[in-house]
Design a protein around this ligand. Structure first.
Ligand SMILES: C[S@@+](CC[C@H](N)C(=O)[O-])C[C@H]1O[C@@H](n2cnc3c(N)ncnc32)[C@H](O)[C@@H]1O
Ligand code: SF4
Length: 369
């Protein structure tokens, strides 16, 4: 049966809070130093409210909400309550995962209790590394004792789904540093880990200073992957690991071709309008931004499905009607890569082999030709 595109519902909502108490040297996300005047944050929250309302009933079937940043935890209790109240309207019966991103230094018991009261059921804490010297070098303002203390506080308040963000391939980072991070994970047992390899972003403080990345990325990837596997974590995407079935449903919606809406400055989305697919991005400043729409050609849309889907260890579901069309469209390239041993088709899924996973960017170039 042919699926009518507009029948597909928006499953996920991303909400961007762009304020940060400091700027980390590696970061090029859309952010701004937290304004001194609390009214500015209030105005931003009002803009979010208006933007959400402009979607009318399109957000009635959300399964996941993700409040990210920037630093959502830098809002004070009053602002946090206001943000949660605005979002409460979109927490309906289908909502299963509701995440907020937190920085260790700004986590407070009061805010944790507000998150709980409004049914936020997943926390993502930006730890980055447990090594204090490295934390200073990358421009963070928390230390490892704060990260541990706040993590335990969140457990005490009753959060049973906590993810931590870490990074590897940081300057001067040694194999021992990464092994120490693994030891901390063994002690703390977070439910989910996003462990990113540092990317040198042109628009970050380091990028502007033209710093070059160290080239031991693959070595670290192996230490991280083997270490987490030994601890019982399951890799389900290039940089994401889960234990006890706590994969992030929100993140999966970015990779499995689901529709999602992004609100707030810098937020991106993937929407359908009148049967066509659009990537959206909110451009401007915290107090004045507008949504820009980029219409995807069928070719671009199919490429996006491949690019995002191959990030997942389980790859792309070939029983899905749209994915089947994607497969037919790229059949010769897929077959070449299967022959080379970079892609495999198994149980109606198209995915990267172990070797293919390591060289995914090279494989993707074949799909662009
Ligand atoms: C946009 S940040 C926001 C979260 C929060 N403000 C924090 O700093 O923890 C989300 C995550 O992206 C990762 N990240 C940011 N910049 C990166 C970069 N240049 N390379 C790799 N990972 C990066 C970090 O691990 C960070 O926790
Ligand atoms: S990494 Fe997080 S805290 Fe640091 S500047 Fe980026 S968004 Fe802000």
């Amino acid at each position: 049966m042919k699926i009518k595109l507009d029948e597909r519902k928006v499953k996920s909502l991303y909400v961007h809070i762009p304020f940060c108490e400091h700027i980390c040297f590696y970061c090029d996300f859309v952010k701004t130093i937290k304004p001194k005047d609390p009214k500015t944050i209030d105005k931003y929250l009002n803009l979010l409210d208006e933007e959400l309302k402009s979607y009318n009933d399109k957000l009635d079937n959300l399964q996941t909400i993700y409040i990210g940043g920037g630093t959502p935890s830098c809002l004070n209790a009053k602002q946090t309550e206001k943000m949660c109240k605005i979002l409460q309207r979109y927490c309906k019966k289908d909502l299963v995962e509701y995440t907020i991103e937190l920085n260790p230094e700004s986590i407070t018991k009061e805010n944790l209790e507000i998150y709980k009261k409004y049914n936020i059921n997943r926390l993502s804490i930006g730890v980055q590394t447990f090594d204090n010297d490295l934390l200073k070098k990358i421009g963070r303002i928390h230390d490892n004792s704060q990260a541990i203390e706040k993590y335990l506080l969140a457990r005490e308040v009753g959060f049973d789904n906590i993810s931590i963000d870490l990074m590897y391939n940081l300057f001067n980072q040694t194999k021992e540093n990464v092994e120490n991070d693994l030891k901390m994970i063994e002690k703390l047992k977070p439910d989910h880990i996003s462990w990113y390899s540092l990317i040198m972003k042109e628009n970050s403080v380091w990028g502007r200073r033209k710093l070059q990345l160290p080239e031991n990325d693959e070595l670290f990837d192996e230490v991280v992957n083997e270490g987490l596997t030994k601890l019982g974590y399951i890799r389900y995407e290039i940089s994401n690991y889960q234990i006890n079935g706590k994969a992030s449903k929100h993140n999966i919606s970015y990779w499995d071709n689901s529709l999602f809406v992004g609100v707030g400055v810098g937020a991106t989305g993937f929407e359908t309008i009148d049967g066509s697919y659009f990537l959206t991005v909110n451009k401007g400043s915290a107090l004045e931004y507008t949504k820009e729409y980029e219409k995807l050609s069928l070719k671009d849309y199919y490429f996006q499905i491949i690019m995002m889907g191959l990030r997942m260890v389980e790859g792309i579901d070939l029983t899905d009607y749209i994915n089947r069309n994607v497969f037919d469209h790229f059949k010769p390239v897929i077959e070449q890569n299967v022959e080379k041993g970079f892609l495999v088709i198994e149980n109606d899924r198209l995915k990267c082999s172990k070797r293919g996973f390591d060289i995914m960017n090279e494989i993707l170039i074949d799909f662009l030709d």
